[in-house]
Design a protein around this ligand. Structure first.
Ligand code: TMP
Length: 239
């Protein structure tokens, strides 16, 4: 482990130099943070669960021709990925009202949206990731119009695909956050990056609306590990 060259230390993942040019290793940590790190706790084994869940979801999306940085899971903690330049925007897709939008606009929790809502947040911890518009993204050259158009299309396709997948497993995909980047080996190619896991999605049980995601930690609703384990089991991911 000591020979690993750490390139970036994130809140829930570490990025390490990869074995080949234009590759990286993303290592899933056990840290859970919320409210811009105001809340922080370590849950032993969370990283292993997220690594497996994200591998499962990325593999499913790859079968539906979503371009991505994910190459393969290489062990309990690590994934081999294509190196990319991350676009500094969090792309949020919402199907049901809850979380920050319910608070900001004083909306009733749990209302299903007629069509998915796409939102953009500028990734900057010092500013608490402010919500921005498509025009901001272009005005400040965070991404081109062509790139955002492509990302919107991919986000909606990912939403349709994952909503269907989770429904089959008795889960509602309430909302989620995606990240996209430009491949280092070909900057004109925009790909899905980062992870998709209960850290970055809201998942509710279809019958009871029980929360099975990071809200369990954010709101202190019980065992985060039990919730993540439940998601893994529903997806048929063994220990
Ligand atoms: P929000 O309701 O807090 O804006 O969150 C919307 C979705 O985005 C939810 O599934 C959680 C996810 N998310 C992240 O993964 N990282 C973040 O930093 C934020 C703010 C939200």
């Amino acid at each position: 482990m000591s020979k690993d060259k750490i390139l970036y230390q994130g809140k829930a993942k570490t990025i390490i130099k990869g074995p080949k040019k234009h590759t990286l290793i993303q290592r899933f940590k056990d840290d859970a943070t919320a409210y811009n790190k105001k809340k922080h706790k370590i849950f032993k084994g969370k990283g292993i669960l997220n690594n497996r869940i994200s591998e499962y979801l990325m593999t499913h999306l790859r079968s539906e021709r979503i371009p991505m940085s994910f190459i393969k899971r290489i062990n309990d903690r690590d994934q081999l990925i294509h190196e990319c330049e991350i676009i500094p925007i969090e792309f949020v897709v919402r199907n049901t009202i809850t979380g920050s939008i319910a608070k900001k606009l004083d909306l009733k929790e749990g209302i299903k949206l007629k069509k998915p809502l796409l939102e953009y947040y500028y990734k900057e911890d010092s500013l608490d990731d402010p919500m921005i518009s498509r025009d901001h993204v272009q005005a400040f050259n965070w991404a081109t119009k062509k790139e955002i158009d492509k990302i919107d299309k991919l986000s909606l396709k990912i939403n349709t695909s994952l909503k269907k997948l989770f429904k089959k497993k008795g889960l509602i995909l309430v909302d989620f956050k995606l990240e996209f980047g430009r491949l280092k080996s070909n900057r004109s190619k925009v790909v899905l990056a980062d992870e998709i896991s209960p850290d970055s999605c809201r998942l509710w049980d279809i019958k009871t609306n029980k929360k099975l995601d990071k809200d369990v930690f954010r709101k202190g609703l019980g065992s985060l590990l039990a919730a993540y384990q439940e998601v893994a089991s529903r997806l048929g991911i063994g220990h």
